[in-house]
Design a protein around this ligand. Structure first.
Ligand SMILES: [Cu+2]
Length: 160
């Protein structure tokens, strides 16, 4: 009898914790879709901190409110990189590419701006006025885009 009671208590505790976990996930998703974006700002510009390392570009956020956006790009690699901010032409990375020179064709893309020539263990900044849309952050030094140096970031209408 005691044993059955103990099992019953355990089962109810388990189902409670499952409910607690799923409830939490649901409310977090709802909050993400309904509340306005809270973004760290510097001088009124939304701040995006980007780390570049081992042919990977990693921003600290994938969604940014439209308007002034400040990119701070830190190169933690042992070679030089750059970071271009480019309007995405498809839902993914479908940018015009020249395989003979291993680079994205820059006169065929819409590039609001860039942080050029970031030396190893240093950083660079650029502040851009970005309308809502999907953008690609990429490095266009020879072969780097193909090696994986690209990531998508969404600029969404500002709801203040
Ligand atoms: Cu690079």
């Amino acid at each position: 009898m005691k044993r059955i009671l103990r099992v019953a208590v355990l089962v109810s505790l388990l189902s409670f914790s499952v409910m607690a976990v799923s409830g939490c996930a649901t409310s977090r998703a709802a909050a993400g879709s309904l509340q306005p974006l809270r973004q760290a700002t510097v001088d009124g510009a939304a701040q995006v901190n980007v780390v570049v390392k081992s042919y990977v570009i990693t921003p600290d956020t994938l969604v940014v409110p439209a308007g002034k956006v400040s990119f701070h790009v830190e190169n933690r690699d042992v070679i030089v990189h750059e970071m271009l901010v480019v309007h995405a032409q498809t839902k993914s990375f479908g940018l015009p590419y020249d395989f003979s020179i291993s680079r994205v064709i820059e006169d065929q893309i819409d590039k609001p701006g860039e942080v050029p020539d970031i030396q190893p263990n240093s950083s660079g900044d650029v502040t851009l006025d970005l309308p809502a849309g999907r953008y690609v952050l990429l490095c266009n030094l020879v072969g780097h885009f193909q090696a994986g140096m690209h990531t998508l970031i969404d600029v969404v209408p500002n709801v203040q």
